[in-house]
Design a protein. Sequence first.
Lengths: 257, 429
Amino acid sequence: MGKKPRLAVWKFASCDGCQLSLLDCEDELLAVAGAVDIAYFPEATRGEIKGKYDVSLVEGSITTAHDAERILDVRTRSRVLITIGACATAGGIQALRNFADVKEFASVVYAHPEYIHTLETSTPIAAHVKVEYELRGCPIDKRQLVEVISAFIAGRRPVTPAHSTCIECKLKGNVCVMVAHGKPCLGPVTHAGCGALCPSYDRGCYGCFGPQETPNTVSLSRQMAALGMSEENLKRIYSTFNAYSEDFRKERERHGS
Amino acid sequence: MARKTIKVDYLARVEGEGAFKVVVRDGAVKQAELRIFEPPRFYEAFLRGRSFMEVPDITARICGICPIAYMMGSTHAIEKVLGIKLDGQLRELRRLIYCGEWIESHVLHAFMLHAPDFLGYDSAIAMARDHGDLVKKALDFKKTGNEIMTTVGGREIHPINVRVGGFYRVPSRRELAPLLDKLKAARDFAVEAVRVVSKFDFPDCERDYEFVALRHPNEYPLNEGRLVSNKGLDIPIEDYDETFEETHVEHSTALHSHIRGRGAYFTGPMARYSLNFDKLTPTAQQAAREAGLGPTCNNPFRSIVIRLVEALYAAEEAIRIIEAYEPPDRPFVEGSVRAGSGCHATEAPRGICYHRYTLDDTGTVTFARIAAPTSQNQPTIENDLTSFVGGWLDLPDKELQHRCEQAIRNYDPCISCSTHFLKLDVDRG
């Protein structure tokens, strides 16, 4: 048996929730730790193996000039780079600044905005460097994380379905919250992965896994409007954790600037 | 010699990005700085313009480790505007999901982040090679906390089932029942865990802190109470803004909190415990006594013991709630949308988490302010470094640096939350 692959976990602007998913794999954590060398994971360890990494998991979005430099270094040192979660994949909730004036934002939160050094935008990792694989979700699903790590160790593509949350919901046998109860639901345009959680709890999906491939947001918005949703609320529903993803951004713009 | 700098550019085993710097001149600590370079995300700015119904889902994302704290703070504050006050089983379910978060967060910190310091490992994973059984049981305990979050909230990180007025759907008795056996096993392990960590070698570091925590007449505080301290503070949560102030210092993207006219204070498990020992369950009190703790504690290095006493309490409280649970008639209470301002504070795993919102007459947020526990503790952490490092200057640099890191980890600083918060430099000149 050859050398164990070296895994690194990196953090940019984020809530730490996606890397916490790794520590939340209570049943699998020690097995994963046995299969790989955890070479860099500051949230979990003081130890650090310098040099190159076989797999880098990247959490968070790029919001500072320093981080824009740092991600280039991470890329150079990583054979495979996987983004984990909505921040790294789509810019996160903090990308709402991309539609606003960041100076005004800083003045609202900080007494001395001049101490704050930040970019005007929050952008996904793929806007800066080549990314081998993007894992969706706010937060990611830990079963998908274990699948993706296992796949890259084995040298195969991960099995993570690209269909909609709506399909997951049908497979689960849920009663449709939109058809039966008239609740707005982003399930038909949202990427699968969560197991259709929200409809299983009697609420509409709010799109935390971001858009699926080729989503028909126009048609869905028409239906939600027919159910009584205001233009303002239509704009809001696309303006959360994946607001800066191309498909949600375009649909957002259709409902007012 | 006279001059020395100890510096850590990226603190490990804390949640988020921080560093610290201690400057020593002529054998005395001149300056201690906890630097938080977690990039700001501007929650209070982009919450403006959102519907009140969206707020808990958004504030959850402030922190992946304690999302329930941010959901509880925001829902309670908004409910005050809408004239909603939850009681009965809905109130109990909120305590239950918070117990889940306390267990998950405290066990994560105590065993995955903090215990390796005392046992001399870089990480819990390294620690597991020699203490496999302990780490495995700790992971099971943490998992039980997560299962409470998942059963009640839908998932452990950023739960989806918490809303203004209650829940989207309430669990059945049958859904909660499987948690009971696991919680009973968790409680037994917690008693053992308190005993194990109480035998760690703690440096003799005590300071006279002003502890601030919630206090409630009938229960150990989670979601409700008055803000009290060991130095005479006793105010309703509504007086928070006139009692505490936040200042913005250049070395940190987290704001520093002080009691107006008095200075730094201490929030979190050690403060909560010292102000509410009488409200712990008898088992938790006994475990604390057997661990050598009195009804108050002033040594932050012992906070690991207190976190596990609180995790033990949370397991027992969860058992109590589940055993008495009857599903409420409706999952949530509706209020009347109106203009107004409301504030609330709850006890997050790391301490007081304060929220204030103003809504207009359509229920749209026009103002938001959130004070995270770590930013409240930041001045106290810096004071700890200033006061403790002087006694450690004979240590070799590497050990001194590690000791400083531990002094910071005592607070389980959550930097992602506090940004609004951390970087170690010890400058010995």
